[in-house]
Design a protein around this ligand. Structure first.
Ligand code: CA
Length: 788
């Protein structure tokens, strides 16, 4: 069987941190029909709207809807031709809508669209949204910005860095909808397996470097990459709406055979194209079409004229000069026959275009949507992934009826289908989450308590928990390195007076039984005019305000490493010593929980340890700077020092659906997911902003990964290897996912998670919501209330 183009795709849009509305839009179409896939390929589009009174949202939505519909309706199999026509149709539709409404005067949008077919990518661009190709470590910006600063850079008047921060950086010089006609750039790129393509708005490209882009896209699957990209832009201020589509090319296909193609191909090394370039030269001027050869396989193509049928003729006419390749001996008659066929095709095409291309046939669209929704009904419980895909297709067809005049009966049917679509989408989301063990917070039993910082000018950085008489006492480590008891009054916590610990708190760990907290303290003292820092390990019992402190042996810090991370289980308290100067080496020391003195010699580790969690039987989990989670069997002083081994998850972690906490509404695009083909164990990865923690839940030790970038909390139990009953020489530790708690809204930033030792089933998290408010979110792991 011929190789087929296989893609893994994810898309995400986010309002950002400063804007009230999201004026970005995005969409993609991967045709189910293999024939359509072979001739038209898959389409991806991102648009960034502008204009007051919600006009920007309208413009970008029309662009996305019109292009994704019109491209597949276009009867040309030549991607650049069909794509340019589809974008011009969108331009006309936006321009007309603006003319109809004074308030929308001047509305417009950028548009970057990609069609992937066979082994080629075709990129069309208007404005300053971008397309990047990532191949290995190299990043190439395929599209050229139509912005004032980009023109200054091309003219050598500004540097890239100056452009990035220039006051005029938002001024674009070309857009869809602001003029009756528009000039569109087309670029082509041959694809290779493993390539990634990113389409994004300037809310992402202006806030992230190409290195960061490459790093994130290569490190994660697309479903996770989009979250990380959006998160990174938000961390850098999120001044604008942020949108990204990430497409991973798993396998390239072959371009359809030339006989299926009308000979107006642009770019590509094919033989017929070379001939056509020359033959097109004459008609190009006439059709207002300019071809310019880019470098390294990039072909720039700008079409100025509206491709009405009148233009289609000179574009299609060069079909005839294909006969240049005929042998001289061929008789003239054959040429006439060929001409007749071409003319006939043009006439049929014209009639088809005029009669059928006036817009979608409402009855046909309604019937198609009905079929898709009915099919989704049958798939709800058996295959929620497919059900979501069908519902997304149904939604897309219904959207194509926007602006189309309908009869009363059609309007009634449309409204009823939209209601049915909404309720089915809700059911499919629930079924998907249930099937894949995803809890979409908040649930009816989720406790969300804001933290009122009152007069204290600090924010909580992490949580720790003590247990007293069966009740949980919460503590927060502040960003000022002080430990605060959290007082709860009326479902609201407040930070009040911090404990007087006579030093800075560098880290805090809860005992797994809740009996005490372990603290790392740094104390600065003056002796003979010079400041010196000494370190202490402290233990604080429930109900006490004074901690027991023991100095840390100065031999442990004599090499410049200082205590940075702490974790505890039963009789052991583990402290990681590291230095900023040499981040890739650390040592871990095991202290006695009662005496607070080192039990064994330090264990050196050649890794950048970002977070640590302790388990029974001297097993440690480490999150490293490269995002990998590793396990370490702690014994020191042996002839063979133990080294960390990778942690593997039994099967790939299912993607959470990008639905807001407000749930699904008619205006929400139906989210779709691609289920990874691989089913076996995969390495456990997180962002380096994640934190690990561990504790007993339902009497079983659990590992928690609070992954801020992915807005989720993952719960795992070990399956084998290490101390959990496996062989000691195993090269990895296998864990299984027992729960996934997600919330784009509540977990906009997830700072820490800690199981409650007194209840045995509650998990406390410290999280910042999308409004930048800090909450203590209590998640009940035992019962599933009704969730978002
Ligand atoms: Ca923008």
């Amino acid at each position: 069987m011929a190789k087929q183009l296989r893609l893994d795709v994810a898309q995400l849009t986010d309002v950002g941190r400063r804007r009230e509305h999201n004026e970005d839009n995005m969409a993609y179409v991967i045709p189910k029909d293999p024939q359509v896939m072979a001739t038209k390929g898959s389409l991806f589009i991102v648009a960034d709207g502008m204009g007051g009174h919600a006009a920007g949202e309208v413009a970008s939505e029309i662009a996305v809807d019109t292009v994704s519909t019109a491209y597949y309706q276009d009867d040309s199999d030549e991607v650049p031709v069909a794509l340019v026509r589809a974008i011009k149709r969108a331009n006309a539709a936006i321009h007309q809508r603006a003319a109809e409404n004074m308030l929308r005067n001047g509305m417009g949008t950028t548009c970057v669209a990609a069609v992937l077919r066979g082994n080629m990518a075709y990129i069309a661009n208007v404005g300053d949204s971008r397309a990047y190709l990532i191949r290995g470590k190299t990043v190439k910006q395929i599209s050229q910005d139509h912005s004032w600063v980009a023109e200054q850079v091309r003219a050598g008047l500004l540097t890239e860095d100056q452009a990035r921060t220039h006051a005029q950086r938002n001024v674009i010089t070309r857009s869809l909808g602001t003029q009756p006609d528009v000039e569109i750039d087309i670029f082509t790129e041959p694809l290779q397996e493993g390539d990634s393509l990113v389409l994004c708005t300037d809310g992402l490209s202006g806030l992230i470097t190409e290195d960061e882009l490459q790093d994130i896209v290569n490190r994660f699957v697309p479903q996770e990459s989009v979250y990380h990209l959006v998160e990174r832009a938000n961390e850098n201020g999120g001044p604008d709406n942020i949108t990204a589509i990430v497409i991973r090319v798993n396998e390239v296909g072959v371009e359809p055979p030339p006989r299926q193609r009308r000979p107006v191909a642009v770019g590509g090394p094919e033989e017929d194209t070379a001939i056509l370039e020359t033959s097109l030269a004459s008609s190009a001027g006439q059709a207002g079409t300019r071809y310019g050869n880019g470098h390294s396989g990039t072909f720039s193509f700008s079409a100025r004229a509206v491709p009405t049928l009148a233009d289609a003729a000179p574009l299609a006419a060069p079909a005839f000069p294909v006969s240049k390749r005929r042998r001289r001996g061929r008789i003239f008659f054959l040429n006439v026959a060929l001409l007749t066929v071409v003319l006939l095709a043009l006439v049929v095409g014209a009639v088809y275009y005029l009669v059928l291309r006036q817009g979608p046939d409402p009855d046909q669209v309604l019937a198609q949507a009905t079929t898709l929704i009915n099919r989704a009904t049958g798939e709800l419980s058996s295959d929620p992934v497919r059900a979501l895909q069908d519902l997304a297709s149904a939604q897309q067809s219904l959207r194509s009826l926007q602006g189309v005049s309908l009869s009363d009966a059609q309007r009634t049917q449309l409204a009823s289908l939209q209601r049915s679509l909404t309720s089915h989408a809700e059911a499919a989301l629930t079924a998907y989450n249930k099937r894949f063990g995803i809890t979409s917070l908040p649930c009816s039993n989720t406790g969300v308590s804001p933290i009122n910082t009152g007069s204290i000018a600090t924010r909580a950085r992490s949580l720790a928990i003590l247990q007293q008489k069966g009740k949980a006492l919460l503590y927060a480590l502040g960003e000022d390195s002080q430990l605060y008891p959290l007082m709860q009054v009326n479902r609201q916590y407040s930070l009040q007076n911090h404990l007087n610990l006579d030093g800075k708190v560098l880290g805090v760990a809860s005992a797994n039984d809740g009996s005490q907290l372990y603290l790392l303290l740094a104390r600065t003292s003056q002796s003979q005019g010079a400041a010196s820092v000494s370190y202490e390990l402290a233990a604080l019992q429930a109900g006490q305000t004074k901690a027991k402190t023991v100095p840390i042996d100065t031999a442990l810090t004599s090499n410049g490493q200082v205590p940075s991370l702490i974790a505890a289980w039963d009789g052991d308290v583990y402290v990681v010593f590291s230095s900023k100067q040499a981040p890739n080496s650390a040592q871990i020391v095991d202290f006695d929980r009662t005496k607070l003195t080192a039990k064994q010699a330090p264990l050196p580790i050649s890794a950048n340890v970002v977070s640590i969690a302790a388990f029974p039987n001297n097993q440690l989990f480490l999150l490293l700077g490269d995002g990998s989670v590793q396990s370490l069997q702690y014994t020191s002083g042996k002839a063979q020092e133990p080294v960390p081994v990778p942690v593997q998850v039994q099967r790939p972690i299912p993607s959470a659906l990008p639905v807001s906490d407000q749930g699904f509404t008619a205006a929400t695009p139906v989210p779709t997911v691609t289920v990874p083909a691989q089913q076996g164990p995969v390495p456990l990865l997180a962002s380096n902003k994640a934190t690990l923690s561990a504790g007993l839940v339902n009497h079983i030790p659990h590992l928690y990964v609070a992954d801020s970038a992915a807005h989720r909390l993952l719960a795992f139990t070990p399956l084998g290897g290490g101390s959990a009953g496996g062989t000691s020489d195993s090269n990895s530790i296998l864990v299984q996912l027992t729960g996934q708690y997600t919330s784009p809204g509540l977990f906009a930033s997830l700072r820490s998670a800690q199981p409650d030792p007194s209840s045995g089933t509650l998990l406390y998290t410290l999280a910042q919501n999308t409004a930048s408010l800090l909450n203590v979110v209590a998640v009940d792991t035992s019962s599933s209330g009704s969730c978002a």
